[in-house]
Write a protein that binds this ligand. Structure first.
Ligand code: GMT
Length: 374
């Protein structure tokens, strides 16, 4: 198949999932054309099978805001014609599905160009549900030829918010060879110079991830006389506040803020626990990546997280904001090596059994084929 994929190229898990999907499809013999405003960060190598088409935008004094959605629609239609695309697959509904629908309509009746929209989370729970975008999001769902969601929780929420039911759940995935625990003694020695255990948080430091809760949990873990350090991976708007909070709690010296990292598996490979105290999480890709690297997860029981992390088996789940319970769970795990080992092994097994690329990519291919066969 000749597949057009659109993602947000720089931020967020939806861009990662869309980019990794493209690479996996190419590895299975399909040709993938990424259509985006810049080269997606995960797309380090282009080839005959993985191509990139940049959306160009004209600036004009009259435009207070450049009409990106229209430029994207124009590019999608042009690429569909020049590259003979079979379908467009967009990740994140706003505005990608609307642009794709416009592209499809602009090519009628000469070309059939099915539009598949994958919902990732805030495109439904925050942005799409906002009054400013509710109507157009509903239209995007209704007019897409196929809609997938990355968890049952997100599907249910979409039904609740939009009354739209025609959704197939295809979960996020990991490549088991890329996400595997590998020795990294230098990094461990640098981040845990006294052999401390490592709690880790990986996110884009937006308020929805509640990174300050990580510091709260960590401070409580230290009060149980556990030698530990907190490694905060990523960057974003909350970082300064979190650093300040760590200073206020007197634990800053035991925290490392390492910023954005290109090879997350290197970091997860030295972690003992992943903290994910999010307010919303339609799936929790960070949890899945950690589990694949044998890291048990301590998280909130919100959205799709309970589908990924099994409470008491591959991690521990708590109510939103219950930093006390999260710290007790972390302390228990860190002071019981047998329990930690059992959970680590189960975490990887569970991740691979349900979310390996060999399991999930064929679900997308079958979905494409079912839409094309209509
Ligand atoms: O969080 C967002 O703003 C959107 C999106 C993104 O691009 O990161 O995140 C969502 O998609 C990820 C990949 O499918 C999921 O793992 C995240 O759980 C989900 N984020 C939320 O629901 C907050």
């Amino acid at each position: 198949m000749n597949i057009g994929i659109t993602v947000y190229p720089t931020y967020g898990g939806s861009g990662i999932v869309g980019s990794e999907l493209g690479k996996e499809l190419a590895a299975r013999g399909h040709t993938v054309h990424f259509i985006a405003s810049s080269l997606p960060t995960r797309l380090t190598e282009l080839s005959d099978r993985v191509r990139f088409h940049e959306v160009e935008m004209m600036s004009y004094p009259l435009f207070e805001h450049q009409p990106y959605s229209l430029a994207l629609a124009t590019k999608m239609a042009a690429v569909a014609e020049s590259e003979n695309l079979d379908l467009l697959h967009v990740h994140y509904a706003i505005p990608h599905s609307i642009s794709a629908i416009l592209a499809r309509e602009s090519l009628k009746p000469n070309r059939n160009l099915p539009v598949i929209t994958t919902l990732h989370g805030t495109d439904i729970t925050l942005v799409g549900a906002d009054r400013a975008y509710l109507g157009i999001t509903r239209y995007g769902l209704r007019e897409s030829d196929g809609v997938t969601a990355i968890s049952h929780a997100l599907k249910n929420q979409t039904i609740e918010t939009f009354g739209f039911e025609r959704i197939t759940v295809i979960p996020n995935f990991i490549n088991p060879e890329e996400y595997t625990r590998h020795p990294n003694d230098d990094l461990r020695a640098r981040l845990a110079p006294e052999g401390e255990t490592l709690l880790m948080h990986v996110s884009n430091f937006r308020p929805v991830k509640r990174p300050c809760d990580c510091v709260e949990i960590f401070a409580r873990v230290l009060s149980h006389d556990i030698k530990a350090r907190l490694i905060m991976v990523g960057d974003g708007p909350e970082r300064a506040r979190v650093e300040h909070h760590a200073r206020t709690l007197n634990v800053f010296e035991r925290c490392s803020f390492v910023g954005k990292q290109p090879r997350i598996a290197d970091y997860l490979s030295i972690a003992d626990i992943l903290l994910l105290p999010s307010e919303h999480e339609s799936f929790g890709l960070a949890a899945l990546e950690a589990m694949a690297c044998e890291v048990p997860v301590i998280a909130t029981n919100v959205g799709g997280i309970p589908e990924v992390v099994t409470d008491g088996e591959t991690g521990f789940l708590s109510n939103l904001g219950d930093v006390e319970k999260m710290s007790l769970d972390a302390a228990r795990l860190l002071s019981d090596p047998d329990l930690h080992r059992t959970m680590s092994v189960r975490a990887r097994a569970s991740a691979l059994e349900r979310y390996s690329t060999d399991n999930v990519i064929p679900q997308y291919i079958n979905f494409y084929e079912s839409i094309l066969a209509r």
